[in-house]
Design a protein around this ligand. Sequence first.
Ligand code: M6R
Length: 357
Amino acid sequence: EKGTYPHFMLKEIDEQPIVMRKIIKEYQNENNELKLDEEIRAAMKAADRIYIIAAGTSYHAGLVGKEFIEKLAKIPVEVHVASEFSYNMPLLSEKPLFIFISQSGETADSRAVLVKIKEMGHPALTITNVPGSTLSREADYTLHLYAGPEIAVASTKAYTAQIAVLAILAVDTARAKGLELDFDPMQELAIVANAMDVLTAQKEEIEQLARDYLSTTRNAFFIGRSADFNVSLEGSLKLKEISYIQAEGFAGGELKHGTIALIEKGTPVIALATQENVNYSIRGNVQEVVARGANALIVSMKGLEQDDDAFVLPKVHELLTPLASVVPLQLLAYYAALHRGCDVDKPRNLAKSVTVE
Ligand code: M6R
């Protein structure tokens, strides 16, 4: 139920800190050790390459998860859009493990891949919010998101839950492989939960930014580099699906290879700057678009902020910045849709779970 909330989407955005804390609790035993199925641990350890299969927002979470698994557990990862993978399968490694990411567990495009790879005899792990779902039942293993029911068509808390669970999975695998890590996922996720509390309390500021930047525009760009690029894809999907503003996420450095031609006076460009190693270069990209008339809205992080930044996120671990930076983007999309009179929870042409290929 929505309770006092005007929309499920806003309620689900607000639930994100609670979901982070629930995940911390569910994936820890009484000795504060990570609690994961031994079989999943063994399957991750045995894999020479991981194939993440998903659609939409879950695909975007997969892009973030790739970074975790490669950086922490040192296993190569490919992330594929399910509908493409089915008909254009890449050459597989000798010991692949497939990870299906799906809020609903019912996405037909992902299921088509699952059926195919099971026929080929490969192992599959499903990460889902609905443990009894088709993708969960038909895979060998399941990891639960514990996000609670997600009703709004625009996925919010499932995305952050997917990223949190992928971080835990990556660390668990790294430890199982005996790799040294100076990253405690539970401690860092607890910091994220607190940051999300701060962010979800900043609705008035974000509503004003949505009014200033997005209330009348026909298009918008999201730019970022590295982890910020992954989040810019999610920010643009959120905006287009509920506000119908044509929006695209781009890698900051790729703009000059074509897309910058679209920038004109007043074009909103939402730039993410949460990564220290690319802070200088993304700010260069912002200058390039501003010089062509863009209306830049910079979202940065404490410690990396500069005077012109419109919104500064509380500091979280560098690997987990997507969990913080996506929150103002979700709220921007929400308020942009609201100001434009759109049906936030049930956008046109969309269904909550896409059960046709
Ligand atoms: O249930 P799933 O996670 O498999 O759904 C995948 C996509 O259909 C879903 O994420 C979709 O992109 C959302 N509407 C995005 O907000």
